[in-house]
Design a protein around this ligand. Sequence first.
Ligand code: SME
Length: 150
Amino acid sequence: MSDKLSQRYQRIYDQIQVLLKDTEDKIAKMATVSAVLHHKMPHFFWTGFYILKNDRLIVGPYQGSVACLELSEKKGVCWSGVLHKKTVVVPDVHQFPGHIACDSRSNSEIVVPLKNKEGSVTGVLDVDSRKFNAFTAVDKEWLEKIALLI
Ligand code: SME
């Protein structure tokens, strides 16, 4: 099971790497990453980016249902990824203090921080699933690799 998932991620990673060569523009890259991941990963229900601007997390390119436009209160899963500068895997979002429910159908979530060359966080890659406990160490490993391509 996790071997199959790794192989799928490897194929997606290779495809994204090729596609992203066409531009230096970060928004175009984020749009492409969210589209490829969302359409190739059946367990992804919402797939996208929040961008850190003036101490606010503003929604960036995404695929899925309409999301919260701003996450400004330093709470929830995305802010946790920003503040701790680490990937956050949440098996049950209803148990996560301060979780922001943009869509009540989401039940688990993974947030991977994006960093610039200096190591400062510039935003997050955020994926929600309707399944509980949808994200494993395999998702974490590959989404972290993919985030480095932005
Ligand atoms: N659940 C996130 C908010 C963004 S949505 O999942 C698209 C959070 O708690 O930060």
